[in-house]
Design a protein around this ligand. Sequence first.
Ligand code: ADP
Ligand code: MG
Length: 562
Amino acid sequence: TTSRETLGFQTEVKQLLQLMIHSLYSNREIFLRELVSNASDACDKLRFEGLHNAALFENDSDLAIRISFNKEARTLTIADNGIGMSRDEVINNLGTIAKSGTREFFSRLSGDQQKDASLIGQFGVGFYSAFIVADKVSVLTRRAGENTDQGVRWESDGGGEFSIEMVDKTTRGTEITLHLREGQDDLLEGFRLRGIIRKYSNHIVQPIVMKKEEWKDGSNVISDEDETVNQASALWARSKNEITEDEYKEFYKHVGHDYDAPLAWTHARVEGRQEYTQLLYIPARAPFDLYDRSSRHGVKLYVRRVFIMDDAEQLMPQYLRFVRGVVDSNDLPLNVSREILQESKDIDAIRAGCSKKVLGLLEDLATNEPEKYAKFWGEFGRVLKEGVGEDFANKDKIAGLLRFASTQADTTDEIVSLKDYLSRMKEGQEKIYYVTAETFNAAKNSPHLEVFRKKGIEVLLLTERVDEWVVGSLTEFDGKQLVSVAKGGLDLGKLEDEAEKQEQEKEAGDLKELTDKIAGSLTDRVKEVRVTHRLTDSPACLVADEHDIGGNLARILKAAGQ
Ligand code: ADP
Ligand code: MG
């Protein structure tokens, strides 16, 4: 056995603790939500590992979270009979912040307590929130399946270090005891704790158990009887008309690791070749790691109510990676692993079903709640655009959801749908025109637009990198071709009248001597020099050949070293 040792916290943890204690005080209740959520995760992990190794249950498979308090000692204890931790796990999990993005976390802090508190769950630093209300935290834990002498006690006062020692622990799982700071005595009241639990943790799947309290002879007496405080059922398994809006929102905060309400959700039981339930949410705000490929917190996979894994990437295509929620399958085997998922046809069917459902929800928002859709677009539009190239089966649906800036409003606001564009096309116009550029100003002031402006033809202004990808994959919409105004001979078709065309040909002939001369002096820097009518103010402009890559894409590729 090891005797008691004192170890130092990682620097980031020290900073984090300072922050917890000094700046999140007005949101102090969240500590309970975080500790309960960890206890719940630990029970989920045990259930999952127990599928392969039943001995881990140690003849006790009723998983639960227990909350108790001691008024005299001024302590509050959160206990679970989940997976528990070994000594090494304790040191790693409760002494460091291993996850990438710690620096990002600190840089995101705004000083606004509400906002900052919302970052804690997202960044996976929930345990340390215990120090908001406690000046000493004691963790007693033993990993499932280990001998009773493999218990570990971890203790810290939230300063620079913590102590750790091996102890006996008969029951598996984790017990966290908070020694409350001065002035936190309201947390030693049963009704107050019940209120917090119901507010933040009602939809934790495991029962959260407390001792029943009775009013006897003018005072509150704690009985020996247990009582479950939370709803303790899988929300998604209940029928839609029994679930209130608030319950859906509360559940989202739990699965989405978000303190804000979601923007929208869809809940459905799917029958047919694959039977499953989906409860999928669209967050109101993009998470910090939307563009980080290693980000977590996607959709959770359950099989017949049993938690299988977090962030099952196979359940959602990349371009819908912002979706949060739960998929509960009736058909997948319980011992399904990430490797199996990668090759499973059943998962392909579920992913296709989920994608369709989310796109349907977005279409619904776009049609019926345009303001919400605009909000969605502002947060996630750039990610959704990736779908045009990624999801061939839903390309048209996705194209219908895209929003662009255009010469119609001439502002950076992305508000024009392709459908809007079609409805404003000029008599005789057969194509959808766009210009791509590195910045909005470059696009807006592009000399290529001059003739379009003169003729009052709308042009989409595309200025994001992903737009090149969009127009590379989306060649037409509703039977109308998308064409760059900066490419080729620019045949405006019926938009030009016969007289204009004849005049252009005549001028080209008249000026042949001049264009030859210019071509001669530019030699191999250009393919051809032509007389053009696409300009009204500028003397000259560069265009790419019909089948060449455009100037903007060429710039992007060059910057990427290709
Ligand atoms: P997160 O839950 O997002 O990983 P936390 O700071 O809340 O971040 O917890 C850190 C880690 O500590 C968890 O990932 C888990 O490995 C471990 N842990 C915390 N509480 C428990 C518990 N009750 N049982 C087992 N492990 C726990
Ligand atoms: Mg946590």
